[in-house]
Design a protein around this ligand. Structure first.
Ligand code: ADQ
Length: 478
């Protein structure tokens, strides 16, 4: 595709040295997808400013214009902290019970989407392809269409899509979720997410078409698809080989004194199941005293969204539980659980994954979970570690040779941990090899290409439909 690609997301990972340790899957994925493409990445600067500049601030780097705008304090509270993170995030992660809805927040959410459309509008050229990311910006296409932009516009949801019963707990849900029908293509991480959305729309009068799945509402046609996000597999594998010899990773290896290493890497978020996982580790040490002193669990958990009450509560609970386990089982020369809140560079993370014997990736619900894929990519094929993976992570649809667990059952997670630690080399290789081959083929480039070529096809199809309409002057497909 030779036209420019305009990517829109809440935050923009602008090329600034302070951004090197970005801990967030969307930034990691979009950054990789933008590499070698010409275009614009538009979004919020991350700064709060009650007197924001009229024009977006644009910084050019490697054929990409990073264009950012500031938000006011009210925008930040209502749109970002409010509707996006206190309402849409829990609902889409199947936790409708945790939402803290307010009309003011919904108004703020709509206002910021209009602001994004207004500022972006000035940058759009007729032949640009627009790709909008994630739940912060669901109504953006409607706003852009209202400003006369007929460009192909696609949307990708990085997080899960809950079933209709849960989505409908959002007051005025049609206004937000229904707005997705203004996109040409709406992409999800898995077929389950895509089907949940289709089931949500059909009772609202949408007509469903198959192969490819499309929905028609009020004369608009939207294609729906599953596009599991990948990683830069080959590059990450190289990075992990190189990083094994870095000072930091060497120091960790030495500190283990021959003990096995179990690793967990997650933003501090209730959806990641950190507390359940730590409970399972407690059970494992309790039931298998023979493993005490022989294993270290390193949980790396950068804080996120620290001004939301659920996040503060979970931080307190996790810290208390870590203290309890270390107090109960620890020895003067052995700390069973090392719990760390700082972000690390991707280089160090890659080396730590490779050093680890087991990764516990046990979210209660996750769109995909890139950590699972990064762990597999970082392993030495000749002596790979074992992935223990929640059945509720989108990644479990692809990484089916992992030890798949229900994170709610601490007995099962503890048993899987033991199985992983004791797994013979031949079985570890038998499980790891096909997963690695899969990740090499379905990497981040494949993801971006599949999505963008599907978006291109929607245009051909609707172009054809338009011509047919013109030719026969009849109404086709709703
Ligand atoms: P996240 O919820 O942020 O992403 P995830 O997919 O696991 O979750 O991605 C986290 C990323 O941050 C990984 O690339 C990881 O390496 C990095 N990271 C985590 N901890 C770090 C640390 N301490 N230091 C540095 N980097 C760290 C959202 C959705 C996911 C979906 C992604 C991508 O919630 O389900 O997989 O987007 O679509």
């Amino acid at each position: 595709m030779s036209s420019r690609l305009i990517v829109v997301s809440n935050r923009v990972a602008a090329p600034d040295p302070g951004n090197r340790h970005t801990a967030g899957g969307l930034a990691v994925a979009v950054k990789a997808a933008m590499r070698n493409r010409t275009g614009v990445w538009f979004g919020w600067s991350g700064k709060i400013n009650d007197d924001p500049a009229e024009e977006p601030l644009v910084q050019r780097c490697n054929k990409v214009d990073y264009a950012v705008i500031d938000l006011s304090e009210a925008d930040f509270q209502e749109y970002y902290n409010g509707l996006a993170n206190r309402v849409l995030w829990p609902i889409l992660h199947y936790r409708g019970d945790l939402q803290e809805y307010s009309r003011a927040d919904q108004t703020g959410y709509m206002r910021v989407n209009r602001l994004f459309a207004e500022k972006l509008s000035e940058l759009i050229r007729d032949d640009d392809v627009i790709w909008v990311h994630d739940y912060h910006l669901m109504p953006l296409a409607r706003e852009l269409r209202a400003r006369g932009h007929g460009n192909p516009i696609g949307f990708f949801l990085h997080i899960p899509c809950a079933p209709p019963d849960i989505v409908q707990t959002l007051p005025h849900h049609e206004d937000i979720f229904g707005a997705l029908t203004y996109y040409d293509l709406v992409g999800f991480q898995t077929e389950r997410d895509r089907d949940n959305f289709a089931h949500y729309l059909t009772p609202m009068g949408a007509t469903l078409g198959r192969n490819p799945m499309t929905i028609s509402v009020d004369g608009r046609q939207t294609r729906l698809g599953a596009f599991p996000v990948g990683i830069e597999t080959a590059a990450f594998a190289r990075l992990s080989r190189f990083s094994m010899h870095s000072r930091c990773v060497e120091d960790v290896r030495e500190s283990l004194q021959g003990r096995k290493l179990v690793i967990g890497v997650d933003r501090l978020d209730y959806s990641k199941g950190i507390l359940h996982r730590i409970n399972a580790f407690d059970r494992f040490l309790d039931e298998h005293p023979e493993w005490r002193s022989k294993v270290v669990f390193l949980q790396i958990t950068p804080r996120s969204r620290s001004d939301i009450k659920e996040y503060i509560a979970i931080e307190d609970e996790v810290t208390a539980m870590v203290g309890k386990i270390n107090g109960r089982y620890g020895e003067a020369d052995w700390t069973p659980l090392r719990y760390i809140n700082r972000p690390y560079s991707r280089t160090v993370l890659a080396g730590l994954y490779r050093l680890a014997d087991v990764a516990l990736v046990t979210p209660l619900r996750d769109g995909m979970n890139l950590v699972a894929k990064e762990f597999v990519a970082a392993q030495d094929r000749a002596d790979p570690g074992v992935l223990v993976l929640s059945e509720f992570a989108g990644a479990s649809a692809e990484l089916d040779r992992a030890l798949i667990v229900n994170p709610h059952e601490s007995e099962a997670v503890a048993a899987a941990l033991r199985q992983a630690l004791e797994m013979p080399l031949e079985e570890r290789q038998r499980r790891h090899d096909p997963m690695m081959d899969h990740l090499l083929e379905y990497d981040i480039d494949h993801w971006a290409e599949e999505f963008l070529s599907a978006l291109g096809e929607t245009r051909h199809r609707s172009g054809l439909l338009e011509s047919l309409r013109g030719l026969f002057a009849v109404s086709l497909g709703g």
